[in-house]
Design a protein around this ligand. Structure first.
Ligand code: NI
Length: 173
């Protein structure tokens, strides 16, 4: 069993803006929670997992979008801020809080993100493609926004219909 339980839409915590992580929280240590989040994310087959998805209304997330050579690339983003975006990509997206739902979402192609690592050190990354998509999706989670909110009206209606069907299967509580 993974160490943490992933909450599913429409749990209110998914639609709530997370609290910034402050110096006291860093002092208490995020390391253990973050490792539990990685383990839970890998067990569920995801590439990103944000704190609100495991019941913590705070602004941080973990992500592992493998590098081009297939190597894992474990990253932790605390208090993420999107500094700049560029370009556009349209592609299917999923979310561990929406089990079984995949829908086309338009996102920026490139993102410059500023955040802190697990020890509270500032860093900035310039990412493209799948990694950029994931950072945008997870930063949204930190701000109480889900990918449903990023769909066109038509796609959102289709998604809601699919959610109702999926809930009948009992896989989605
Ligand atoms: Ni998600």
């Amino acid at each position: 069993m993974p160490p943490l339980k992933i909450v599913h839409y429409p749990e209110p915590i998914l639609l709530t803006v997370g609290k910034p992580v402050d110096s006291a929280a860093f002092a208490n240590g995020l390391g253990h929670t973050v490792e539990d989040m990685f383990e839970t994310m890998y067990a569920a087959g995801g590439v990103g997992l944000a704190a609100p998805q495991v019941g913590l209304s705070e602004r941080f997330f973990v992500m592992d979008v493998p590098l081009e050579n297939g190597e894992p690339n474990k990253l932790v983003f605390v208090n993420p801020e999107i500094v700049r975006v560029e370009g556009e990509q349209v592609g299917d997206e999923g979310c561990l809080s929406f089990p079984g739902l995949y829908q086309s979402v338009r996102r920026e192609m490139r993102v410059i993100v500023r955040a802190q690592d697990v020890a509270g050190n500032d860093f900035e990354l310039d990412l493209e493609g799948m990694a950029a998509r994931c950072v945008l999706h997870e930063t949204d989670h930190c701000d109480g926004i889900v990918f449903l909110d990023r769909m066109t009206v038509l796609k959102r209606e289709m998604a809601k219909r699919k959610i109702r069907q999926l809930k009948k299967t009992g896989k989605w509580e």
